[in-house]
Design a protein around this ligand. Structure first.
Ligand SMILES: Nc1ncnc2c1ncn2[C@@H]1O[C@H](COP(=O)(O)OP(=O)(O)OP(=O)(O)O)[C@@H](O)[C@H]1O
Length: 750
């Protein structure tokens, strides 16, 4: 039913006006003072009856009445142009009056009656909107379950503070709002979707917040979006306990962080820390790390010679659980280097046995990283010294005093006695000084003898000795393989560089030996494109942060870094995040049925089985192949773009397999007079020009129209990586997909 025809349209307008006015009053009041409240209310509403019955003065003195946090106020201000998006009427079983609930992005109470004017989408009762159908329902809130009847479910389209449309959802209507929202053209930025969150997505957003979660989701199933909404939900639920700065988002590139940046303030999660993995490692270890610019992905794409295969194998190995075995063994060995050879003496007094020292080092302080254990032990020794100080000094005094006593009673020449006693007194003073000095320094000196190195030294040292490396592997690698790893790594270190695949193990060592500073840890971490992380990277992050509270979202079908990333979720689930809930999302919201059907064909070419992606029913044009003759293709894109712009599409991307084809496209499209931007990893996405981007950087992004190009580089069916890159490319468009190439087969189109 459209706006004008809806019988309750007028009523909804009134309700909206009331809400907006009330919001204004609350905003104004919190900006001025409590005393102003009544005045503000009267100005806004006149002397309405309900004002008189409210018992203001009492309420006004209530603690917390006006205590609105800055962020609450900010969200209220932001919500002014669209206070809510849906209404649900709910009759509880116990027969109270039906509750009329308006759901929005923030909550607002009527201060006088404590009735909710707007209910936050993250509150438990919002499940009624996301999951409840008309009729009898049950929902759980704070461990309690409520039952009742939904008598009305209504969507309210509000723009710039005015009501545009009212739609009631009955049992049969499909979700028109979702359809509409999906059919819009994109703005190059991720959006919030609170009004159209789907049931399967809602479950993931609200899944047990005390457990980690792993989501395998098809391209366009909303993984990124959901991950951000889950953080928003988390912040809301734990607002008293958590500072949003304790949350961290790990994204694949700066480009991607830029892409999601617009949705963050909308969801109130802009304060979450945002890093790429490499950035975080450098932040955690407190030192910049020079990364090699050898792009293995490009090497894999370009050639498959033996040395590339070896290099890839090394990368994969450094990310694997086998490497963990080696690192753990190595750390055990490092611990042994900290076993003292002798007991701890202060001067000649034995104060602490080495056996006890080792016991504390190995067991008592198990929860601390090695170097912190050593620091603790220094304190332990120091405390023992302190406790024994009197005793030790007493012993010295006792010894010389006894000597002096003996001399005093001995029948000897007084001159000799005097000389002897003076000597004893001098000796006593000298010894006391010696012991006092030892008391001051012994613990320090004892610890000083232990080795002191940094994480980089330790990491590099691991590759010093092939035999030892193979030994640590305990059968996981042969000596030849160990030699390969050592050679490769030393070549790299000699050029004073590391690779991304070193950063996982490096962080792991750092965390175990030194520990990450508290302020550099996060309490809840979201990882997008998690399929591109290796086992070691994930384990290192968990160890570094000292928590398993991770949200991992990814898609194995888009695992283009699988030479160093994950091939399945199983091992990570079992060994790194055993408490995690695992979910799958199969429905894709991004693209049309026609495009998804074509992309789905590629999944069959992959060596593992992934369920076919189900597109939400939204139709569009079939993807089209256009033969790209040498000089003409750029002009054709120009004409096509102009036509599509007229049709209302706003964002366009030319996606090539690698940077090489993209660079060519950049040149040719510029010559054809198009305004284009070639995207690099560090770039931000321009809003008003056609972007050119290599497939591996396009991951996670979306555009209204995609031109997949194959100028000189073709996609080969036998190569898993090619299939995945093409899959990524084909799942980027929201509406239209065109292939520009020499022949269809170059895009594996049959
Ligand atoms: N419930 C929804 N309502 C409206 N739009 C949605 C919904 N779910 C997802 N979308 C839209 O679908 C698109 C894809 O979402 P998103 O980028 O989060 O998916 P993804 O799974 O991370 O994709 P990829 O695997 O390609 O990175 C976005 O435009 C998002 O706004």
């Amino acid at each position: 039913m459209t706006a004008e025809h809806h019988p309750e349209f007028e009523q909804e307008i009134q309700r909206l006006e009331f809400t907006k006015k009330y919001m204004d009053v609350v905003i104004k009041t919190s900006e001025t003072s409590k005393d102003q409240f009544r005045k503000n209310i009267q100005e806004a509403f006149g002397d309405a009856d309900w004002l008189e019955s409210g018992g203001y003065s009492e309420l006004l003195t209530n603690a917390g009445f006006f205590e609105m946090s800055r962020s609450e106020l900010e969200s209220l201000r932001k919500a002014r142009h669209k206070p809510y998006f849906a209404r649900v009427d709910f009759e509880r079983k116990n027969g109270e009056d039906p509750e009329i609930l308006y759901f929005g992005k923030t909550s607002l109470y009527q201060r006088e009656s404590q009735e909710q004017i707007i209910v936050d989408w993250r509150s438990p009762i919002a499940n009624l909107y996301y999951e409840g159908r008309l009729g009898e329902v049950e929902y759980a809130a704070e461990g309690e379950s409520f039952s009742g009847t939904i008598t009305l479910k209504r969507q309210l389209m509000i723009e710039n503070g005015s009501l545009k449309e009212v739609r009631d959802i009955d049992l049969t209507t499909t979700d028109e709002l979702l359809q509409e929202s999906l059919s819009k053209s994109s703005s190059n930025r991720l959006a919030e979707i609170v009004s159209t969150i789907q049931e399967e997505q809602n479950r993931i957003i609200r899944a047990d917040l005390s457990k980690p979660i792993i989501v395998q989701g098809a391209a366009g199933s909303g993984k990124t979006t959901i991950a951000l909404h889950r953080i928003s939900y988390f912040i809301y639920r734990y607002k008293e306990l958590f500072d949003p700065r304790d949350l961290m988002i790990l994204a694949p590139s700066r480009l991607f962080i830029d892409y999601i940046s617009e949705a963050l303030p909308e969801l109130g999660v802009e304060k979450a820390k945002q890093f790429t993995f490499a950035e975080y490692v450098q932040h955690a270890v407190g030192k910049p790390i020079k990364l090699s610019d050898d792009d293995k992905l490009v090497r894999i794409l370009e050639n498959q010679d033996e040395s590339t295969r070896d290099d890839i194998w090394v990368s994969g190995f450094k990310g694997s659980s086998k490497f963990k075995t080696i690192l753990d063994q190595y750390v055990k060995d490092i611990y042994k280097r900290f076993y003292p050879k002798e007991d701890f003496y202060v001067d000649k007094y034995r104060v602490y046995s080495k056996k006890k020292f080792i016991m504390l080092l190995q067991e008592e302080y198990w929860y601390l990283p090695l170097y912190s254990r050593v620091e603790k032990l220094r304190n332990v020794l120091q405390n023992h010294v302190k406790a024994n100080k009197r005793h030790m000094l007493g012993k010295v005094a006792e010894y010389y005093d006894a000597k002096i006593d003996k001399a005093l009673y001995k029948d000897i020449d007084p001159a000799i006695r005097k000389e002897y006693v003076t000597k004893c007194l001098d000796k006593k003073a000298e010894r006391t000084d010696q012991v006092k000095k030892a008391i001051r320094n012994a613990a320090k000196d004892y610890i000083k003898n232990l080795e002191r190195k940094n994480a980089f030294d330790y990491y590099q040292e691991l590759f010093d000795d092939t035999e030892r490396l193979a030994d640590y592997g305990n059968g996981a690698i042969t000596e030849e393989e160990a030699a390969l790893i050592c050679d490769y790594s030393n070549r790299l270190f000699n050029s004073k560089k590391y690779e991304l695949e070193d950063m996982g193990p490096l962080l792991y060592l750092f965390a175990l030996l030194f520990g990450v500073d508290k302020e550099k840890k996060a309490k809840n971490i979201v990882i997008d494109e998690a399929q591109d992380y290796s086992f070691m990277q994930l384990l290192a992050l968990k160890t570094a942060m000292d928590t398993d509270m991770f949200t991992l979202v990814g898609d194995l079908a888009q695992g283009i870094h699988s030479y160093r990333g994950l091939e399945s979720w199983e091992e990570v689930h079992q060994k790194v995040f055993p408490r995690a809930t695992y979910s799958e999302l199969q429905k894709s919201y991004r693209t049309t049925v026609e495009i998804m059907n074509e992309a789905n064909k590629l999944l069959k070419l992959l060596p593992f089985t992934l369920p076919h992606v189900e597109p939400v029913v939204r139709h569009g044009e079939k993807p089209q192949f256009i033969e790209a003759s040498k000089n003409k293709w750029a002009k054709e894109i120009k004409t096509l773009t102009a036509r599509l712009e007229n049709e209302g599409f706003q964002t366009f991307a030319v996606i090539g397999k690698t940077m090489a084809d993209c660079k060519k496209a950049d040149e040719q499209l510029r010559t054809a007079g198009l305004s284009v931007t070639l995207l690099k990893e560090q770039a931000s996405i321009p809003k008003d020009s056609i972007v050119i981007v290599p497939s591996y950087l396009a991951k996670g992004l979306e555009f209204d129209v995609v031109f997949a190009i194959s100028l000189e580089e073709v996609y080969e069916q036998e190569r898993e990586l090619d299939v995945k890159l093409l899959y990524v490319t084909m799942t980027r468009p929201l509406h239209r997909l065109y292939f520009f190439g020499r022949k269809k087969e170059d895009f594996l189109i049959i």
